[in-house]
Write a protein that binds this ligand. Structure first.
Ligand SMILES: [Zn+2]
Length: 420
């Protein structure tokens, strides 16, 4: 199938090892933008001066914060918000090791009682790191001991040039420099802070890095324990989403690797309206979306390539049968060269923002179906986070952790089979 031909096409002229990115001159070390105070005027575009200090600042990643750090403590030690002009490429990982980026080194201060469970990201990463079945944080992986492994990497900020492939530069700059209007921020649902800017850029940066990783490998799975912010439009955000990481990474993939068929599988319980609108006139991107029909978004719902709205309380059997019937058809009809999996877990029964009734086991089977489909077809897959709002958050964190653990298991098994 066409997907198999992707790697040779991309490798052409690059010594058999490399993609378009590597074949061309690497982009210069990027300038960074100093943080702007709320009172400073918003510039029309980022400046481009490049000092040696800027080079080293751009090269340095923010230090990882303790997962359980309080918002107040994090606010006092927030790393500087730095937005590189152009993107960088990730270092490769052993075959069979799941690389998962994280953005929780930015801890966003939220007012007491805020309904967004920001700590679930750090909790998911911590659960993966502590899982004895995974040689987490750079374990041997299938390339070494053969067992499943997760390598956790801090996500760098998304590059300005990448973010603005999708988003209007003026919108990105207004957000970065705290010049959004009050109604705009109310639609987003978060109070502005430098940490929010840092986290938002890292959240998209992780998905872009994961995309580069699987595209450079030509196969396999990489993840972002963040992202999946599918309610972000070109010029506005809503529903806790500011930048649309999947749309950005898909657009970077089309620009850098010349892809002409990308499949977005959005299984969050809410429709991915931002992604749908961004790609509504782009035949290169197929958006497939299963969601709760009576869930948000109501007024801002858009049209995906395939929309599958489900009635309240849909359970495992019906959901999984539907997915199983669609996945082969999507692969056959669209022959994707890259798959994005928005793996929201808010279809879980009891989710406070969802209306479906899947079990943890049902979501596990869902994950297996998606990973198995991509691996068997030899199509690279990027998995990102999505919604998950049980109260307390433990059930959501378990389900989020399952998403990445299952990816690590499937990837390791697939790599062993490749090497056999
Ligand atoms: Zn959701």
């Amino acid at each position: 199938m066409r997907a198999v031909a992707v790697a040779p096409r991309l490798a052409a002229g690059a010594g058999g090892r490399c993609l378009k990115h590597v074949a061309s001159t690497p982009p210069p070390i990027t300038p960074w933008l100093p943080p702007r105070t709320p009172s400073s005027p918003a510039p029309a575009a980022p400046s481009r001066p490049l000092s040696s200090a800027a080079r080293s600042a751009a090269a340095a990643l923010p230090p990882a914060a303790a997962a359980a750090a309080s918002s107040a403590a994090a606010a006092a030690t927030a790393p500087t918000v730095a937005v590189p002009e152009a993107g960088s490429l990730p270092s490769p990982a052993p075959l069979g090791t799941l690389v998962a980026y994280y953005a929780d080194h930015w801890v966003v201060p939220l007012p007491p009682g805020h309904r967004f469970p920001m700590l679930k990201y750090a909790a998911t990463r911590a659960a993966l790191a502590a899982d004895p079945s995974l040689a987490a944080d750079g374990g041997a992986g299938a390339g070494g001991g053969g067992g499943p492994a997760v390598e956790l990497r801090p996500a760098p900020p998304v590059a300005w040039a990448d973010a603005t492939l999708v988003h209007e530069p003026a919108y990105v700059e207004r957000f970065r420099s705290n010049h959004m209007t009050e109604p705009e921020m109310r639609n987003v649902g978060f109070p502005w802070s430098e940490q929010l800017v840092g986290r938002t850029f890292a959240s998209s940066g992780g998905t872009v890095q994961a995309m580069h990783l699987v595209m450079r490998q030509g196969r396999g799975i990489a993840g972002n324990i963040a992202g999946g912010t599918h309610h972000a439009f070109r010029d506005r955000g809503e529903g806790f989403c500011i930048l649309n990481d999947i749309a950005i990474a898909a657009s970077v993939a089309m620009r850098d690797y010349g892809l002409d068929s990308i499949l977005v599988i959005d299984l969050d319980v809410h429709q991915g309206n931002g992604t749908a609108e961004i790609f509504q006139n782009d035949p290169r991107v197929t958006t497939f979306d299963i969601f709760g029909d009576r869930n948000y978004p109501w007024k801002s719902r858009r049209t995906n390539t395939y929309d599958l709205p489900l009635p309240d309380d849909t359970g495992d059997a019906e959901y999984l049968a539907l997915l199983q019937s669609w996945l082969p058809r999507l692969m056959r009809d669209h022959r994707p060269q890259l798959v994005f999996f928005q793996a929201g877990v808010d279809a879980l029964k009891g989710d406070s923002f969802g209306r479906l009734a899947l079990s943890r086991d049902g979501l596990l089977k869902r994950n297996h179906m998606v990973y198995g489909t991509a691996l068997e077809a030899g199509v690279p897959l990027v998995v990102s986070m999505g919604g998950g709002y049980t109260r307390p958050m433990d059930a959501s964190v378990q389900a989020h952790t399952d998403v990445y653990r299952t990816a690590a298991y499937r990837l390791a098994a697939w790599a062993r089979a490749q090497q056999a």
